[in-house]
Ligand binder design. Sequence first.
Ligand SMILES: Cc1cc2nc3c(=O)[nH]c(=O)nc-3n(C[C@H](O)[C@H](O)[C@H](O)COP(=O)(O)OP(=O)(O)OC[C@H]3O[C@@H](n4cnc5c(N)ncnc54)[C@H](O)[C@@H]3O)c2cc1C
Length: 388
Amino acid sequence: MAYNFHFDVVDLPPECTELRREVRAFLRSEIAAGTFTPDSERAPFEVARAFAKKVGARGWIGMTWPKQYGGQERSHLERYVVVEEMLAHRAPTRFYGTADRQSGPVLIRYGQESVRREILPKIAAGELCFCIGLSEPNSGSDVFAASTRATKTDGGWLVNGRKIWTSNAHNSDYMIALLRTSAPTKENRRHGLTQFLIALKTPGITTRPIINLTGGHDFNEVTFDDAFVPDAHLIGDVDMAWKQATDELAYERSGPDRWVETLPVLTELVRTAGPAPGDRLAEGIGREVAHLATLRRMSLSVAGMLQAGKSPVVEAAVVKDLGTNWEQALPNQVRLLAPPRGDSDPDTNDTRFEEALRHTTLIAPKLTIQGGTREVLRGIIARGLGLR
Ligand SMILES: Cc1cc2nc3c(=O)[nH]c(=O)nc-3n(C[C@H](O)[C@H](O)[C@H](O)COP(=O)(O)OP(=O)(O)OC[C@H]3O[C@@H](n4cnc5c(N)ncnc54)[C@H](O)[C@@H]3O)c2cc1C
């Protein structure tokens, strides 16, 4: 059936202006106090951990969640403003970002009450870090081919197998994992998968680093060898996780945090161009900013739909596809507009520009893979539009 696909125009309500002022003032005072430098990708993890507690104390983690679970019952648009300001200041949100964006909402929707009461307030306080256990060596885009098994035992489940590309697993307290609990059926190849909350300190779990293209340690391989997970940590219905995992991916794909990773190279270009760039540079910057402004309107529209209780799976996929293509191409566009000279004086703006260009060029290839590849997103969009 064809999907009625649209992006409503959303204007931020007045309370968002006040909140934006508050968040900006907080971030500027934290930068001035030396809590973090506006360079989130390189912040040591301990900085991110300490920062999470400060953000939690302000009530800016789990903002939309019910108060009984440590939330603030604020709107998705208010959350959008906080995320946007964190990104604009390149704040180190790595400790709490995943839990705030998707793990917490999954627990609210499908977790057991005892887990909600125990875990959610700690996430909201900035005390717990989460990672996502979907991908496996033979199950990437096709997450529903997962073969890491959970087998029923007394009082819980025994987990055996391997997850891969797990961002931040080495720093995380918990993983939400998609595990095989029975075989797929003839009628539904997605049947037989179940989500679990797994405490990563559990005996039988080994985390090994995988070094990325920039030389950094961000993702990991996580091996389970008879790791015990209690019944209370079962999320949702046994064998039926494909429905809830799809919801989780919509949360994962809907925010601006998914398409502004290379933006610093544009802000550095604007800085080095100064107030009177030549015509060619001004036009080039104008083009990129026009793309950015359009993506922002679309992303805001998705936040508005979430606020209205809708499930904008297709719209979120469109924003992620357009957004990640734009952010991936950006370093090269900037290089064409302002080729680096390579002989810059250290401590000058030029060096900062060249460093931003180097770093964003190296991270660009991953952007259209993480959170769903370009081809897979287009498949989702096509299906949503009734084209396949
Ligand atoms: C930086 C980064 C962080 C990540 N973090 C996590 C994480 O925290 N947790 C986690 O679980 N995973 C994580 N991943 C893994 C990511 O989700 C997978 O890499 C991704 O889903 C693709 O899977 P794959 O690598 O197995 O590639 P494959 O699925 O093997 O795909 C290979 C190529 O084939 C194409 N392809 C596959 N299927 C189709 C199809 N049906 N139609 C058309 N083309 C298709 C793909 O688009 C791709 O180009 C991360 C990846 C990156 C790059």
